[in-house]
Design a binder for this molecule. Structure first.
Ligand code: MG
Length: 343
């Protein structure tokens, strides 16, 4: 028995080392909610929610105001029956990042109580994973410089944000590829293109002999027909990110044959929907990557342990903690360059 006694929310603000610019948004800081869950026996689980207004419609203050309600909802529930807590927290459809942090607290309490590692709880498949590093939208020149620096620092998976200026994006990709031979590219338009512009982009890159491993969310999240159109005409695999929040979204994407890849994020799906999406994708032959919002090392830890444990992801985009100013590293993993290892 490990009954939940109290849950506390703490607001935390982290500055970006450099303002983070993606299609339609520039952020200078990330405001997260740290969740501290305590059982009657004094076991404490820590989690983090990194709310996103752009993707989830979440506002930090609205989520903070839910602290009392969450306590009423979960107090006296037994973490040994974690699935029943997953089922209750699945009702938090308007605050999925909160659901993610709460579900992680429950899993980590379960693991402490039973003396197992969280990555083993998720399956214990991988010893290490490799993350990419992201280049935000900037001038062509600055993006090239950043790509060179990323590769020099040992990262071979480079994520490039595009979507605001087609001509600049094409030039950027051609020149980055020229300066970072041997790297693997994930390109993310964050819904910035029309289906036609998306094809123009990939065709020009393809004709130059450059390979893109994943082309993420080229079009608006509700444009499933557009996504399918790009998928069937693109020489590179197409992924849904903003279009794929819940297990129901992914079910619809699979039925529509709209994508090759899904980018799962705990902050969109929580642990319960993430596990459901992994099994669905496996059944349907869809490949997976895992991404993040603005998590600190506490939140990245949640995704890293799930990715290590399930071993379900071809690509890992778990780099937000590397872009934020943090007093000290608090992840439950070891990181050397792009390699994230079990602690
Ligand atoms: Mg994305």
């Amino acid at each position: 028995m490990a009954k939940i006694k109290r849950i506390k929310f703490e607001k935390k603000v982290y500055e970006y080392l450099k303002p983070f610019h993606i299609t339609g948004s520039i952020a200078s800081s990330s405001t997260n909610i740290e969740i501290i869950m305590e059982t009657g026996e004094g076991i404490i689980g820590y989690g983090e929610a990194s709310p996103s207004f752009r993707v989830n419609g979440e506002k930090v203050e609205a989520l903070m105001a839910m602290e009392n309600f969450i306590n009423e909802m979960l107090t006296d529930m037994d973490t040994n029956r974690y699935k029943s807590i997953f089922d209750v927290t699945d009702k938090l459809i308007a605050s999925p990042s909160l659901k993610a942090g709460l579900q992680f607290c429950v899993v980590s309490i379960f693991c402490m109580e039973h003396g197992i590692k969280v990555n083993d709880f998720f399956g214990g498949v991988k010893e290490y994973i490799e993350t990419d590093k992201t280049i935000g939208i900037d001038s062509v020149q600055n993006r090239i410089k950043e790509a060179e620096e990323i590769m020099k620092s040992g990262f071979y998976h480079i994520k490039v944000k595009v979507g605001e200026n087609l001509a600049d994006d094409i030039e950027t990709m051609l020149r980055i590829a020229d300066r970072t031979r041997g790297a693997t590219y994930i390109v993310d338009a964050n819904m910035g293109y029309t289906p036609k512009a998306a094809l123009e982009f990939v065709n020009q890159i393809y004709r130059a002999g450059i390979e893109i491993a994943v082309f993420e969310q080229p079009v608006f999240y509700q444009d499933i027909d557009g996504l399918r159109f790009v998928r069937f005409h693109s020489p590179f695999p197409v992924a849904a990110d903003e279009s794929a929040k819940s297990r129901y979204d992914v079910f619809r994407l699979i039925k529509s044959e709209a994508v090759d890849f899904v980018n799962i994020k705990l902050m969109k799906s929580g642990i319960s929907d993430t596990l459901a999406i992994i099994e669905m994708a496996r059944s349907a032959g869809i490949r997976l990557m895992i991404g993040c919002m603005g998590e600190s090392s506490v939140g990245i830890s949640q995704s890293a342990l799930l990715a290590l444990g399930t071993g379900a992801f071809d690509f890992h985009d778990l780099d937000s903690h590397l872009m934020l100013r943090e007093e000290r590293f608090r992840g439950q993993f070891v990181q050397e360059g792009p390699i994230i290892r079990v602690l």
